[in-house]
Design a protein around this ligand. Structure first.
Ligand code: IPM
Ligand code: MN
Length: 351
């Protein structure tokens, strides 16, 4: 297969972890006879520095004319403590999601047998966890009307959803549940929020089209608690943008390190694959960040191209590296910590 892949390294540790994913993908390509054409483009603070815009038009052109986007991370501390900053790197990510129509963010959470004791949660709670969040990504409070009133002394952000937006996300959730254990949880706050009531009513109306799927409706606060108590009780969870943002960070604790969790953002056409961690500026340039979340995101990309052996080969070699302790410092715990680039080299050579 010949694939054009837009490569958006972004900020902080983005370029370092992306480099490792590229090594791994190239190794896969030569093993399975694919041709990967990498098309680098600017995004985030790195793009603001060069063109004054976190998601430049040229980058968008490269993305839409590619078969997939592999993305590193976005964000820079110089913007974080400056509420008056007019342009922020994160706006680039939001604009990109919107312009590429990436309305569903698929965030799996699973445990790695060799890391089970690295999680702060007890082994018996988390063993066997295999759940996936479908987070709505282009609506809700992230994109609603916002502003200031009263001379800047009052601020508001609004959460708006249309039935269509809920339906298309829920459809992906039902389809995913059909392929897995036929269990779907709709996470909302329907006891308080009108937008949540629209979510619940829309999903309820879709149940008849998927008679085999058992749907539960749970409030987000209760899910936040049960997620770390009984993660095993969940399989596919669908939720709105902000709830999904928060719960997926929480869920990453189950796996033992945020540096492990991949994600795919999908919509009607092109997919974007990125680690769920951020730009981790303290580690930027030090060659210490864990590249596995990005590498596993690349596996999700191969899976979406229906290249299932390729995806599995990546997961297998990642598991091997964990078993053999070829890990970065976040997982080393006193044992030898490998550099980001060494982990990437090891994975590529084993493939
Ligand atoms: C994520 C991130 C982003 C989000 C930020 C960087 C805008 O936290 O992908 O989860 O909130 O969606
Ligand atoms: Mn987040």
């Amino acid at each position: 297969m010949k694939l054009n892949i837009a490569l958006l390294a972004g900020d902080g540790i983005g370029p370092e972890v992306i480099d490792q994913a590229v090594k791994v993908c190239n190794a896969i390509a030569s093993k399975y006879n694919h041709e990967l054409n990498w098309r680098p483009a600017l995004t985030g603070a790195a793009a603001i520095d060069v063109v004054g815009e976190p998601y430049p038009d040229e980058t968008h052109e490269i993305c839409v004319s590619s078969d997939a986007v592999l993305f590193g991370a976005i964000g820079h501390p110089r913007f974080d403590n400056d509420p008056s900053a007019k342009v922020r790197p994160e706006q680039g990510l939001l604009k990109m999601r919107k312009k590429l129509g990436l309305f569903a963010n698929v965030r799996p959470t699973f445990t790695f047998p060799s890391l089970i004791d690295k999680s702060p949660l007890k082994r018996e709670r988390i063993e066997g966890t295999d759940l996936v969040f479908l987070r709505e990504l282009t609506g809700g409070i992230y994109f609603g009307k916002r502003g200031r009133e009263d001379n800047g002394n009052t601020a508001y952000d609004t959460c708006t959803y249309t039935r269509k937006e809920v339906q298309r996300l829920a459809k992906k959730g039902f389809e995913m549940a059909m392929k897995r254990s036929k269990k779907l949880c709709c996470v909302d706050k329907a006891n308080v929020l009108e937008s949540s009531r629209l979510w619940r009513e829309t999903v309820q109306a879709m149940e008849k089209d998927y008679p085999e799927v058992t749907v539960s409706y749970e409030f987000v606060d209760a899910v936040a608690m049960r997620l770390v108590q009984w993660p095993n009780s969940y399989d596919v969870l669908i939720t709105e943008n902000l709830f999904g943002d928060i719960l997926t960070d929480e869920a990453s604790v189950i796996s033992g390190s945020m540096g492990l969790m991949p994600s795919a953002s999908i919509g009607d056409s092109i997919g974007l694959y990125e680690p769920i961690h951020g730009s981790y500026p303290q580690a930027a340039g030090k060659d210490i960040a864990n590249p596995l979340a990005t590498v596993l995101s690349a596996a999700m990309m191969f899976e979406d191209f229906n290249l299932l052996d390729e995806a599995q080969a990546i997961r297998d070699v990642v598991n091997k590296s964990l078993d053999q302790g070829i890990v970065t410092e976040d997982l080393a715990e006193g044992a030898k910590a490998y550099k980001t680039s060494e982990v990437g080299d090891w994975l590529a050579s084993r493939i």
